[in-house]
Ligand binder design. Structure first.
Ligand code: ADP
Ligand code: MG
Length: 239
């Protein structure tokens, strides 16, 4: 029997077919079954991508192709293609993108998220603010509880805009707990307008900040983005 047919029938738990001894009484029987199983596998794959895309909650589409390394010189084309390869996600490396507004942090984070969903990874994207809301309401909201369950299953968790809004002591503790849980099981991508030295201020606790950075940066790539920002350079006006 055709090897692909056997492998597909194993995927669908079809015991008779996967035993490899099935003989069709029709002339093209095997080819016909293979065609049906291929179509089914294809449709399932598409549904799985759509479902992962939904769970990932990526707000907009941004791709690597659209990222201009002539404009953002702090990211070389080599670094971009390394990021695009996602080998670092496989190795559970973290990535921290630091820089002023408009330097492409969210763009890169979204491009990574989109690529990872396509490649079969479980992804979750959220701003720090929304993430805090989810964590705080997990006990009283079914939706938040489901999101937290998904986050804990993810291969890649992207947290956008860390440090933009002040967070409370409880929130800082929840953030620390989450990073500890994800440590070594998932890749975490963080974007921030603040360097690590300012994280003590963000988290409001030096001991907590040290412990968090210790976990986050153990296997981590930091990219410092600079420049005036894309929005300013490409400002559109009504008049
Ligand atoms: P940040 O998150 O750093 O504030 P964004 O990633 O949101 O900035 O970028 C702002 C806008 O500029 C977005 O529409 C983004 O697609 C675009 N942009 C920023 N940097 C680049 C770049 N190097 N190449 C292409 N588009 C860029
Ligand atoms: Mg941003």
């Amino acid at each position: 029997m055709n090897a692909e047919l056997i492998s597909l029938s194993k995927q669908f738990y079809l015991s008779v077919l996967s035993g490899g001894k099935f003989v069709s009484s029709y002339e093209d029987g095997e080819a016909c079954i293979l065609e049906v199983l291929r179509a089914e596998a294809d449709a399932r794959e598409k549904r799985a991508i759509a479902e992962r895309m939904k769970q990932a909650r990526l707000p907009t589409y941004k791709g690597f192709k659209e990222f201009d390394t002539d404009f953002q010189k702090c990211v070389t084309p080599e670094q971009l293609s390394k990021l695009e390869s996602l080998e670092w996600v496989e190795a559970a490396f973290n990535l921290v993108l630091i820089g002023p507004p408009g330097t492409g942090k969210t763009h890169l984070a979204l491009a990574i998220g989109n690529r990872a969903v396509d490649r079969g990874y479980k992804v979750f994207f959220s701003t720090m603010d929304t993430l805090m809301h989810i964590l705080k309401t997990r006990e009283i909201s079914v939706k938040s509880a489901a999101r937290v369950r998904w986050i804990n299953k993810c291969d890649l968790v992207i947290i956008d805009e860390v440090g933009y809004l002040p967070i409370s002591k409880t929130e800082a503790n929840m953030f620390f707990t989450l990073i500890s849980q994800l440590y070594e099981t998932a890749s975490v991508v963080i974007t921030s307008n603040k360097g690590f030295s300012e994280w003590v201020e963000i988290l409001g606790d030096a001991v907590l900040a040290t412990a968090l950075l210790d976990r986050l940066t153990h296997k981590c790539q930091v990219l410092n983005l600079e420049g005036d920002g894309w929005r300013l350079a490409h400002r559109e006006q009504i008049f």
